[in-house]
Design a protein around this ligand. Structure first.
Ligand SMILES: Cc1ncc(COP(=O)(O)O)c(C=O)c1O
Length: 386
């Protein structure tokens, strides 16, 4: 039997063969009840009467043990608001991995700032702190409190670290570098609700952490996101920015700077709040899905499953298959699995290869390019379990 056939048979046997999409949400009566509540009360939109917005923010604060939470219309607006609140400016450089969804980087461009692509580690797909530190030593200089790029003479202002597919990157080492070089740190934790590093929830290490509640995430609000922070000043800035910079007042319309309509509507919060009650149960199911895959792939030397590193606890959002045998060609493998209705996906095309992002500075990205050639995301939604 061919390797492709053996693998697909195993997946079809061990999971619900009719549901092998990448990541579909699962709903029950409680979501409907919450949505009906909004409709009956008329509070569907973004207003201070949005009961579910506050409720969801409290659920997130409690679960992540962060001091502040601000719900937004999606993850990308949360990243944008974070960068604005942290005072990132036009022409400043932000260190960011190339191996991420494009929404990590687009907010940098909204500001007219510059993404500076950095290398990742094969073990967890996150920024490699050792390579980053060596790179900065060679390619940057300090002037006063600030760090500058030796080649461009632009200020390097911060880092966006990404926890890819829910796998914690080496966030403590990355934070140490940020502190040493006086860089702001945003955690793109959009895929990592329910993931921990050294028992501490991801998103709480940076100046801000951002989560997504898109339909494909571990829990969903349809579309939505949330920013968490422990810093009151940043919280106040983001709260204002995402609410059209409206100065709180019972009836007057006073706006004190440019702002954005980025606040999550109550209707979306109602959905996510109901989902939140099931988060622990969903995380357990996801752990079982990971274990099933682990058992299947342990039988083959041609492939391996990406496994959380020491001190990491992943939400197992998207399980990732790594091709070890260079006779296996990723595209052929994906094509075969699609024919069997096993809807796997490649990882994102590295961002430094995209037309509109090619021109930006980057370090040697050999591992990033390699991962793109060998990683396949597997169907992982809670509905695939038998
Ligand atoms: C790594 C990463 N960053 C940012 C985002 C943006 O989140 P959203 O789709 O909620 O805007 C996503 C999710 O889609 C993501 O996977």
């Amino acid at each position: 039997m061919s390797f492709y056939k053996a693998i697909s048979n195993q997946i079809l046997k061990n999971f619900n063969s009719k549901k092998l999409k990448l990541h579909e949400p699962v709903f029950s009566k409680i979501e409907k009840k919450n949505l009906e509540n909004c409709i009956d009360n008329g509070f569907v939109s973004t207003s201070s009467n949005g009961f579910f917005i506050k409720k969801l923010e409290n659920q997130i604060k409690r679960f992540t043990k962060s001091r502040y939470a601000i719900c937004t219309i999606n993850g990308v607006s949360g990243i944008h608001a974070s960068l604005l609140a942290l005072d990132f400016k036009k022409d400043e450089e932000i260190l960011v991995p190339s191996l991420t969804f494009v929404a990590t980087v687009h907010p940098i461009l909204y500001l007219g700032a510059i993404p500076h692509f950095v290398e990742v580690e094969e073990e967890n797909f996150g920024i490699c702190p050792n390579k980053l530190e060596t790179y900065l030593k060679l390619n940057s200089y300090k002037k006063g409190q600030n760090l500058y790029n030796k080649t461009t003479n632009r200020k390097i202002k911060g880092i966006i670290a990404v926890h890819v597919f829910g796998n914690p990157c080496d966030i403590i080492k990355i934070r140490r570098i940020a502190k040493k070089y006086n860089l702001k740190l945003v955690e793109d934790s959009t895929e990592a609700l329910g993931s921990f590093y050294k028992k501490r929830h991801l998103g709480t290490f940076g100046d801000t952490g951002v989560f997504s509640f898109n339909g494909n995430k571990i829990i969903t609000s349809g579309g939505g996101g949330v920013v968490i922070t422990n810093n009151k000043k940043i919280y106040k800035k983001i709260s204002s920015l995402v609410s059209n910079s409206k100065v709180p007042h019972n009836w007057e319309y006073i706006h004190n700077q440019v702002g954005y309509n980025y606040r999550m509507p109550n209707l979306n919060a109602a959905l996510a709040s109901a989902q939140f009650n099931k988060l622990k149960k969903i995380l357990k199911i996801k752990k079982n899905i990971f274990k099933n895959y682990k058992k299947i792939f342990a039988q083959y030397t041609e492939v391996a499953l990406l496994t959380p590193t020491k001190n990491s606890s992943s939400n197992n959002w998207l399980n990732t298959l790594i091709i070890k045998d260079n006779k296996i060609k990723k595209d052929n493998f994906i094509k075969y699995l699609y024919k069997k209705k096993i809807f796997v996906r490649p990882i994102w095309k590295p961002l430094h290869t995209l037309k509109h992002l090619k021109k930006f500075p980057k370090m040697n990205l050999r591992i990033t390019n390699k991962i793109y050639e060998i990683a396949i995301s597997l169907p992982s939604g809670p509905g695939i379990i038998k």
